[in-house]
Write a new protein. Structure first.
Length: 341
């Protein structure tokens, strides 16, 4: 089966954000003197390996995978906090690397971070935290207008306007994440990167935040790149789903299709880990083994040491992305029809 590109341009629905062949390396070498004494070479960690995707306006693409698979690095690449080592990211056709486009692009995209306890300045009142992007981008000048904007934003995320006088430590975890969302919305963005925004919250609070984010997307026409390690969290949030393993996207397609009929063995193992009362009594295969080191990944398919379908080809040849129905998957077993059991 011929190789198919991960990011496909649709003229009728051009992507708001598009990544093409993005790779990002981190230098994890020891200090120079230690390397000289030990006669060691530089070491690089390939956190993101040839990742491509496209996100149409008003939709949600979710990237899921275990810790260390590179999804948070993709999140930072998507908003320009990191520059790709190779490949390119475009926002509505403009490269993020374009210095001239940076100020306007920064305003139109924002990020919701994982930990609401660490991402809010404990010495600032909530009103100043939410107002910071408004002042930074000069959206409103008069102090009265800034105060009105902050009150509107706090109300929009389910808090009271009077909460602006409080400090972050006076709120619960879910309320702090609502403050983070209000701050992210204060620059009037069109694109939000959500880097595991519910992982630090209780399960009941997670549902409230996800419902809030879904409601805001529908009302404001937002586009999301949603990062998570939990497939259950993104099940009702995603239009499209990408499954990452050791820096690569191993399966990508519509969320409905992947949840109904996962192709890649790793996706199947992740789905088996989701609690489901309807599946009591069905045999499940746990995700076994450890994620290999991204500094020295195994040859061939990086998943083969943990894969129940691995054969000699998997251990020697790196799989390319091929199309199986409306899903793109990087797996020799899928290509050869060995994943039907």
């Amino acid at each position: 089966m011929p190789e198919a590109p991960l990011a496909v341009q649709d003229a009728a629905n051009a992507p708001m954000l598009q990544a093409s062949g993005v790779t990002h390396l981190f230098d994890v070498s020891k200090p120079w003197l230690q390397r000289v004494i030990a006669r060691e070479h530089r070491q690089t960690l390939r956190a993101v390996d040839d990742v491509s995707f496209a996100i149409p306006r008003g939709t949600t693409l979710s990237l899921v995978g275990e810790s260390g698979c590179g999804k948070s690095t993709v999140a930072r690449l998507a908003v320009g906090l990191y520059a790709p080592s190779a490949g390119e990211i475009r926002f509505e056709g403009q490269p993020l690397s374009s210095a001239r486009a940076q100020p306007e692009l920064r305003r139109r995209m924002n990020m919701i971070f994982q930990d609401p306890y660490a991402s809010l300045n404990p010495r600032w009142r909530v009103r100043d935290i939410v107002a910071e992007p408004i002042r930074a981008f000069g959206l409103v000048r008069a102090q009265r207008d800034i105060a009105d904007s902050v009150a509107r934003l706090l109300t929009q995320v389910g808090l009271a306007a009077s909460d602006g006088e409080k400090y972050p430590h006076e709120f619960s975890g879910g309320q702090r994440q609502r403050i983070s969302i209000a701050r992210a919305l204060s620059s009037e963005p069109e694109f939000l990167v959500c880097d595991e925004p519910t992982s630090a919250l209780d399960v009941s609070v997670q549902a409230q935040i996800l419902n809030l984010m879904r409601d805001l997307q529908l009302r404001l026409g937002l586009t999301y790149l949603f990062i998570s390690h939990n497939l259950a969290v993104v099940r009702h949030m995603s239009d499209r789903l990408g499954v990452m393993y050791l820096g690569r996207i191993v399966e990508m397609g519509s969320a409905e299709t992947i949840f109904r009929a996962p192709r890649h063995p790793y996706t199947r193992l992740l789905l088996d880990a989701i609690p489901d009362l309807e599946l009591i009594g069905r045999s499940r295969t746990p995700v076994g083994g450890e994620v290999p080191s991204p500094i020295a990944p195994p040859p061939g398919c990086p998943f083969h040491p943990r894969c129940p379908l691995a054969n000699a080809r998997c251990r020697s040849e790196k799989p390319r992305h091929t199309r199986d129905g409306d899903v793109l998957v990087a797996c020799h077993a899928v290509e050869e029809g060995r994943n039907t059991t």
